[in-house]
Ligand binder design. Structure first.
Ligand code: ATP
Length: 355
């Protein structure tokens, strides 16, 4: 069975530059999928091809089993919200939200009633008569969201919609957008640079790099079982240690400076002698003065302690390998810069990446 939204082998070239290279993706009805990746990795281009504002050089886009590749943007029944809101300044909030209904031939009376209902769903009950300049950035973004949803689109596309908002408002809007998306069950694609936003909002995250999909998986899978070193380094903080598999059957690997490691899992089948990368997240490492029993212990020289109040990031070197350790609560103050300490972990915290 095909999924609700199917991107099949999408390519996009600008002259001889390849912006998208064979991008394929299936999205289920009602899913919230986030495109995450560095600047220039192809997130917006992919979104614009789905919206119909860009034409793919190759491949196809299907929604509900039908190709939309040949349809004009306004024929696709897709709601879109951009970072810069793009509200009509001379129309009121309600008239802005009514606009897509007007384009679809809905009468003014009925359309404005629907617009008011949608405004109340996005938390703007009673604001319909205001013009955009009489609304805050967050409120304007809610109007843009209401306008994108009022005609019951088959897809909702959000391109960095919270990029212009300050941190608190941004977090509040993340929760709101998620609530509204769930209550309507609308299939959504969200583009962001912000990994914590992607982690907290998405059913699945698609990580883009250089016009390709590096990995597409649920947020916690992406975090704990990254398929490539790029994904591991891009999402959250990571320690990446080069190693050689010494005994795949008993899950052992070796780094010449840190010695032998046991690991719990790997992204692939491993063979003895294979060169791999070991991932250990900073919050899975324990920092202590003395070695801890039943754990892999190595010595670390502390270079920098970055204190955040309830936690600290300790940056140092273990056998010349840069290491980062996240220390919580009371442990925060025990080690000073320049000191030597022990860092330790259990095999559960070690994940092997082959690419
Ligand atoms: P950002 O997070 O900065 O918005 P992005 O991941 O959305 O980045 P895209 O905007 O999709 O990246 O761009 C992908 C690549 O295609 C970039 O290298 C960009 O420079 C290139 N590109 C996009 N539009 C054009 C164009 N009209 N002509 C030439 N190159 C383009």
């Amino acid at each position: 069975m095909t999924s609700y939204l199917e991107l099949s082998s999408i390519t996009k070239s600008y002259g001889n530059f390849t912006a998208l290279d064979n991008v394929s993706l299936s999205v289920e009805k009602g899913e919230f999928v986030t495109f995450l990746g560095p600047s220039g990795s192809g997130k917006t281009t992919t979104l614009m091809i789905v919206a119909g504002f860009e034409k793919a050089s190759g491949g196809s886009v299907q929604v509900g089993g039908r190709s939309i590749s040949e349809l004009a943007p306004h024929e696709r029944n897709i709601g879109i919200v951009f970072q810069n809101y793009a509200l009509f300044p001379h129309k009121t909030a309600a008239e802005n939200v009514y606009f897509p209904l007007q384009m679809r031939g809905v009468s003014r009376g009925k359309g404005l009633r629907q617009a008011e209902e949608m405004l109340s769903l996005v938390g703007l009950k009673g604001f319909g008569h205001r013009h955009p300049k009489e609304l805050s950035g967050g409120q304007q973004q809610r109007v843009a969201l209401a306008r994108a949803l009022v005609f019951e689109p088959s897809l909702l596309l959000l391109d960095e919609p919270l990029g212009a908002l300050d941190k608190n408002l941004r977090e509040q809007m993340q929760i709101e957008i998620k609530r509204i998306q769930r209550s309507l069950g609308v299939t959504t694609i969200f583009v962001t640079h912000d990994q914590s936003e992607a982690m907290s909002m998405s059913d699945r995250i698609v990580v883009f790099e250089k016009g390709r999909i590096e990995q597409c998986a649920a947020p916690l899978d992406i975090y704990h079982r990254p398929k490539t070193s790029f994904v591991a380094a891009f999402i959250g903080e990571s320690n990446l240690i080069p190693a050689t598999v010494t005994n795949a059957a008993s899950r052992e690997a070796d780094n010449p400076l840190l010695g032998s490691f046991e690991y719990a899992g790997a992204d692939n089948r491993l063979t003895d002698g294979q060169a791999v990368t070991l991932l250990i997240r900073p919050e899975h490492i324990k920092l202590s003065r003395n070695p801890v029993e039943d754990r892999k212990n190595v010595r670390m020289i502390v270079d920098t302690v970055v204190n955040y109040g309830d936690n600290a990031l300790v940056i140092g070197r273990a056998g010349d390998i840069p290491m980062r350790v996240r220390v919580l609560g009371a442990d925060v103050v025990i080690i000073k810069e320049g000191e030597e300490c022990c860092i330790s972990w259990t095999p559960d915290s070690v994940f092997v990446i082959t690419k």
